[in-house]
Design a protein around this ligand. Structure first.
Ligand code: IPE
Ligand code: IPE
Ligand code: MG
Length: 247
């Protein structure tokens, strides 16, 4: 049965966030180095982006490199940075022609210069696109983001630009690297791990979680559709009781 045809287009998540996990295990299962899995994972990114666009998902956030990932073996980190540069440089025209806007979240200042330049260029080129925004979480850590937002707000209070008592969720939202991006309705994690690993801690307060054993390089469009169908079967109550939810 065609999964796409089962999807309810009146209930598509506006924002889907994905913890792309399992590249290393996928490669090792096939007797290859971990980087082989990362390379292959790029194909899944293309697929999922295509699927997201078919579903008219407005924002797709992919957790590509966490702040903790710097502690991996040097050659894996270098290989990942290299892959990032090559992929962005190679895909930017394709993204642009499809109306996709590239954005990043995280502490991108901490990325190597080559990555920063390639990202800056791709972000500029695609900045006017309105189809789907592809948001890469790079050198991302939710705790860093929350601390950073807290410092930004504290500075404004000290300077007298805002009143302490006026700090609310909207002000906090605006100080995060996801300012302007709505919270994800759906968070997907691949590879059978059931944890959040320092991803979007503030923003996932009411997200629906979807876990799958599929390793990221095996995750294809159909897997995205499965996740969205599962999401559509949930009742999001936001603390209310079922009878209060008008469908
Ligand atoms: C996810 O795959 C990609 C990154 C974290 C960059 P992993 O590299 O974590 O793969 P596993 O979890 O070790 O299999
Ligand atoms: C989370 O995956 C980070 C990314 C997908 C970039 P990890 O593989 O780094 O997370 P842990 O180590 O399983 O928590
Ligand atoms: Mg992993």
């Amino acid at each position: 049965m065609d999964l796409f045809k089962q999807i309810d287009f009146s209930n598509i998540p506006e924002h889907i966030a994905v913890i792309m996990d399992g590249n290393g295990r996928w490669a090792e299962q096939q007797g290859h180095e971990r980087l082989y899995g990362h390379n292959y994972g790029v194909e899944s990114v293309r697929e999922v982006l295509k699927g997201a666009k078919e579903l008219k998902v407005k924002y797709l956030t992919l957790y590509a490199f966490s702040t903790e990932n710097w502690s991996r073996p040097k050659e894996e980190v270098e290989g990942l940075m290299d892959l990032l540069i090559r992929t962005i440089a190679g895909e930017v025209d394709e993204l642009n022609s499809k109306g996709i806007r590239l954005m990043t979240i995280g502490d991108t200042e901490g990325l190597p210069e080559g990555c920063r330049n390639e990202l800056k260029r791709a972000i500029e080129i695609t900045s006017h696109n309105t189809e789907t925004s592809l948001i890469l979480a790079l050198n991302y850590s939710a705790r860093w983001e929350i601390l950073n937002a807290t410092k930004k707000i504290a500075e404004k209070v000290i300077k007298g630009e805002i009143d302490l008592n006026s700090i609310d969720a909207d002000i906090f939202d605006d100080a995060l690297t996801t300012a302007e991006i709505p919270d994800p309705e759906l968070l997907i994690r691949t590879s059978g791990e059931h944890r959040v690993s320092n991803f979007l801690l503030w923003q996932i307060a009411y997200s629906e979680f979807y876990f799958t054993d599929v390793l990221w390089p095996d995750f294809k469009k159909e897997d995205l559709f499965k996740a969205v169908l599962d999401y559509q079967s949930r009742e999001r109550r936001f603390g209310l009781v079922s009878a209060q939810i008008t469908k």
